[in-house]
Design a protein around this ligand. Structure first.
Ligand code: SF4
Ligand code: SF4
Length: 376
């Protein structure tokens, strides 16, 4: 049977317009009652990457969160919400994003994502265990509320990647160090989703992100909400919006191969899907981490790499702390903190944690000239 994704046009975050859109979208895939039963304890997982306002399009918009929460609560579920941001707490980031306030208005408590437990996962294709927030493990169901954005490592981030926030903050960097190859990282995310099996995905693409995502990109008016119980299908539809080939996104390649969902056999329902051929996303067929290029010189000449714009850098050191390799691949040259950190590209594994975490949007990912030429 085809995976079903509902597309609902909505070009505003006006509360009642979003509520109508969410009601319609859920009805098209079975109604709120198909995803929440009376008395069930359900965790809502918005994307709360880092502290930023709703207008920056980094985090799931509170109007979407509120509309989904109302629908599930009316079906009788007992709701909590949470995430494990890379920097800060769920509560502090949720406050800035506007989600903590709407949750409080709706009487939805914050789940504690700081306490975690390691669980074995014998069915994992790559991972045989995961350490996950207890709030997620102990709930009856997880419902995922991703934001459609570009991503330097994965090319796009949406439904599958959103569950990485169920892994405690400090552990995330270790995954990058252990899995420097983007395909392996994608496989890990697929296994994490196969373990957690979120029941429903509602993707906020009313205002999405393009360019230097997932934190420092530009908001892009897309004007849709997407609904599905299939994370691979909903992300593949996100790719269509961006005019990005899903075969370039490892979470979708392995997600389909390992039975998490379908990237190819999708039934669209609802409104017409907007497609943007000029969406600023990485369509270069070369790997984002350089594997398969044979030797270090080819990797250096062809692979995208992070680069600091000195004028924007405040010397805060977040990028140095975020770098998961030892010794650091981005560090103060000679220990001099009066200048921006400098890169050792030979040591850099291209995880792009530095670019993702820089609070000043001072780090961009650039493909060297040869890599850009080969794309053509
Ligand atoms: S995180 Fe950004 S602003 Fe801070 S030191 Fe690094 S490049 Fe500069
Ligand atoms: S320098 Fe940046 S991209 Fe390179 S390994 Fe460190 S955090 Fe990752």
């Amino acid at each position: 049977m085809s995976a079903r994704v509902a597309v609902i046009r909505c070009d505003t975050y006006d509360t009642s317009a979003v509520a109508d859109a969410v009601t319609r979208g859920l009805e098209l895939i079975g109604g709120a009652g198909a995803f929440a039963r009376p008395g069930e304890r359900i965790v809502l997982k918005p994307n709360l990457l880092v502290s930023s306002s709703a207008a920056e399009a980094v985090t799931t918009h509170p109007a979407v969160f509120a509309a989904v929460a109302r629908e599930l609560a009316s079906a009788g579920a007992s709701l909590t919400w949470g995430d494990s941001p890379a920097i800060g707490t769920s509560l502090s980031v949720g406050k800035r994003a506007g989600i903590a306030d709407v949750a409080a208005e709706l009487g939805i408590k914050a789940a504690d994502f700081s306490a975690s437990r390691t669980v074995s996962y014998p069915d994992g294709r790559l991972m045989k265990q995961f350490t996950v927030a207890e709030a997620v493990l102990d709930a009856d169901a997880l419902i995922s509320l991703p934001k459609l954005k570009t991503h330097a490592l994965m090319r796009m981030t949406g439904a599958v990647k959103n569950q990485f926030g169920c892994v405690p903050g400090m552990l995330k960097g270790e995954f990058h160090a252990r899995m420097p190859d983007v395909a392996l990282f994608g496989q890990m995310l697929v296994d994490l989703n196969r373990l957690l099996r979120p029941r429903l995905f509602v993707m906020d693409a009313i205002v999405a992100m393009e360019g230097n995502g997932p934190r420092a990109g530009d908001p892009r008016n897309v004007g849709v909400l997407l609904f599905s119980d299939d994370p691979v299908a909903i992300d593949a539809v996100g790719c269509r919006i961006m005019s990005l080939d899903p075969a370039l996104v490892d979470t979708l390649v392995y997600g389909e191969r390992w039975g998490l969902g379908s990237a190819t056999d999708i039934e669209l329902t609802g409104d017409e899907l907007p497609v943007f051929e000029d969406y600023r996303v990485n369509r270069n067929r070369l790997s984002t981490t350089g594997e398969g290029l044979g030797n270090p010189l080819a990797k250096r000449l062809l692979t995208p790499r992070p680069s600091i714009t000195a004028e924007r850098c405040t010397r805060c050191g977040t990028c140095v702390r975020a770098c998961p390799v030892e010794p650091k691949a981005v560090d103060w040259p000679g220990g001099d903190r009066d200048v921006p950190p400098a890169y050792d590209y030979a040591a850099c594994i291209r995880c792009y944690c530095c670019q993702e975490m820089c609070p000043e949007r001072a780090i961009a990912v650039k493909t060297p000239l040869l890599g850009r030429l080969i794309r053509r």
